[in-house]
Design a binder for this molecule. Structure first.
Ligand SMILES: NC(=O)c1ccc[n+]([C@@H]2O[C@H](COP(=O)([O-])OP(=O)(O)OC[C@H]3O[C@@H](n4cnc5c(N)ncnc54)[C@H](O)[C@@H]3O)[C@@H](O)[C@H]2O)c1
Length: 259
């Protein structure tokens, strides 16, 4: 028997967009939202990956569509958002998740690399958030936006990575600012702040035994997060059970920030 309390996590009839949904955390979030009942539009720079995830969701009995789109391209993103709204009948949830890392010491970093990291991780999230919010306001039924920040937006990190840390620090405070700006429209804006998550994103780090040892040492739980564990927190922030939560940044970090 399904317990009534699970209805607080149900997303039946809701329409969601997940950016960077073709892999890693976004893919796990797309699956979680679809399993909770949402119709999901999977956005990714890599259209083939987005197609594959939409196919997996459909094969599992869920409802999904895929769009190949770069979140830094405002016109393309507007078009993609319109397609998602038209296809699923509105927009209730945005998982604002697409992100990249170009790691390196500040003194050596090329300006174009700094601009690319800020462009995808911060400006891309800003563009997706405001395009989604415009649809949510037009729909008149509020909404929930969940940004993927990072523990690196709340700490200096373990190694030189100033561009990424700055972009995620920006996402943290953008989350608070947009939560206040859109509170009267019934749009909640929150973020998750994961520690190191087992995805292709950090493969170069986790395949180096010394770096992996440093990650374990910095994480009280002594392990990586799984993408599904981050998706659990995203589902909470997207669902009615977090109705009183806005402007919050939820660490999913095995205690990383508790030290
Ligand atoms: N993996 C980690 O350790 C970790 C930790 C904290 C936060 N994060 C954040 O989580 C988010 C997802 O990371 P992940 O680990 O799942 O990475 P991932 O590389 O597994 O997946 C990211 C997806 O985003 C897509 N993408 C990249 N640039 C894009 C763009 N311009 N437009 C649209 N899609 C784009 C990629 O094609 C890819 O499918 C990122 O914002 C990342 O900064 C990751």
């Amino acid at each position: 028997m399904t317990k009534a309390i699970f209805a607080r996590f149900a997303l039946d009839g809701k329409c969601a967009v997940v950016t960077g949904g073709g892999d890693g955390i976004g893919r796990a979030a797309a699956h979680h939202l679809a399993a909770a009942g949402a119709a999901v539009s999977v956005f990714d720079l890599d259209g083939a990956k987005a197609d594959a995830v939409a196919g997996e969701i459909a094969a599992a009995g869920g409802k999904a569509m895929a769009v190949g789109v770069d979140v830094t391209d405002e016109a393309a993103l507007r078009h993609a958002m319109q397609a998602a709204v038209a296809s699923h009948g509105g927009l209730d949830i945005l998982v604002n998740n697409a992100g990249i890392a170009i790691r390196g010491p500040a003194l050596e970093m090329a300006l174009e690399d700094w601009n690319r990291v800020i462009g995808v991780n911060l400006t891309g999230m800003f563009l997706a958030a405001r395009l989604a919010a415009a649809h949510m306001i037009e729909g008149g039924r509020g909404g929930a936006i969940v940004n993927t920040a990072s523990v690196m937006g709340l700490s200096g990190g373990l190694y030189p990575n100033a561009a990424y840390q700055s972009s995620k620090g920006g996402v943290v405070n953008m989350t608070r600012a947009l939560a206040l700006e859109w509170v009267e429209a019934g749009i909640r804006v929150n973020a998750v702040a994961p520690t190191f998550v087992r995805t292709a994103f950090i493969h170069r780090l986790t395949s180096n035994p010394e770096t992996m040892a440093a990650i374990r040492a910095a994480t009280p739980m002594g392990r990586l997060a799984e993408p599904e564990e981050v998706a659990d927190a995203i589902l909470f922030l997207a669902a009615p059970c977090s109705a009183m939560v806005t402007g919050a940044v939820l660490p999913v970090d095995g205690g990383y920030l508790a030290r």
